[in-house]
Write a new protein. Structure first.
Length: 317
């Protein structure tokens, strides 16, 4: 993803992710990905092990190439398999649905005891959130643990790909994976042909009107297409604010994306049947799109490629 521009780019639950947002404005000045990629690489001692990885929980030393990886982040699972580290993975969390062949467990990543993971004999554990003292427990047990927190930008994705490449012995695959994602994004933008520029949208995370602003990763994907998030004025405290039906009716977005089709069984039809919502232009123009809930909380290569392709088809059928 090195030649695209971050200014045109613009995470896993509403409760778990809290960041600051801003009132919407013009698209930020572009920053070449070649610039940010140079600063996104993890600190390592070299191509051979041991390696030192600067993760979200400090610097982690990995003495040898891991052979039994336990991944408790659906996005990191996607990255591991894209990098070619799949054969080293012995377990993934319940939310890791891609690839389908990944060894899913009942783990959620919210476990409170590191001993829950020990039957798998992991030599590397990857998490997206700090769950109590589990990371510290694993460290005391001598199990290296990487914390890769929710991405909010494409720079974060580049950084995490590089960290995982170094941690698993697949540094050489990082560039090709980035290039593949970049090519898919470029193809999607070409297909859309600028049709999204200036269009407004609402992402529904649940039917009580929790949503995601442009300061989330899904917001970054929308911003690739020049789209504007109606929830940004409500996001001064959290990037996942709760708005109201009245606010939605007043802002009247051009597009609605329902990321609560799995958890809450929402559909374009059920959305349009809410009081007054049939008058929304998105409902009238059949611009209410149901998507898998995971698109609002995952940032792996598969999710990115799938969602930008969907956006392109939606904006320019």
């Amino acid at each position: 993803m090195k030649r695209l521009r971050a200014g045109h780019f613009l995470a896993s639950t509403v409760i778990a992710i809290i960041v600051t947002s801003v009132v919407p404005g013009p698209v930020a000045p572009a920053q070449p990905l070649t610039t940010r990629a140079a600063t996104a690489r993890p600190a390592t001692t070299g191509p051979a092990f041991p390696v030192r990885i600067k993760s979200g929980d400090g610097t982690v030393t990995i003495a040898s190439r891991p052979k039994r990886i336990l991944c408790l982040s659906a996005s990191a699972t996607q990255m591991l398999y894209a990098l070619g580290a799949g054969p080293q993975v012995v377990g993934v969390d319940v939310y890791s649905t891609w690839p389908a062949s990944a060894p899913r467990t009942k783990f959620t990543g919210a476990e409170t005891s590191a001993e829950d993971y020990l039957p798998l004999r992991p030599d590397l554990v990857i998490v997206a959130f700090r769950s109590g003292s589990v990371v510290q427990q694993l460290q005391k047990l001598g199990v290296p643990t990487l914390l890769l927190p929710p991405a909010t930008t494409f720079a974060n994705v580049d950084s995490q790909l590089a960290e995982l490449g170094a941690a698993t012995g697949h540094q050489a695959a990082v560039g090709p994976v980035e290039a593949t994602v970049e090519a898919d994004i470029t193809a999607a933008l070409h297909k859309a042909g600028g049709a999204g520029h200036g269009q407004t949208y609402y992402v529904e995370v649940d039917p009580t009107y929790y949503t995601a602003t442009s300061k989330t990763f899904i917001g970054a994907e929308f911003s690739l297409f020049g789209m504007r998030d109606i929830a940004d004025p409500a996001g001064r405290i959290t990037a996942y604010p709760q708005i109201s039906a009245e606010f939605l009716l007043k802002t009247n977005p051009d597009y609605v994306f329902l990321a609560d089709t799995v958890c809450c069984h929402q559909t374009p039809a059920s959305f349009a049947h809410r009081p007054g919502f049939s008058a929304l232009q998105a409902a009238r123009l059949h611009h209410v799109i149901g998507v898998n809930d995971s698109v609002a909380s995952q940032w792996g290569p598969h999710t990115i490629e799938t969602f930008v392709a969907l956006l392109a088809r939606t904006l320019r059928p």
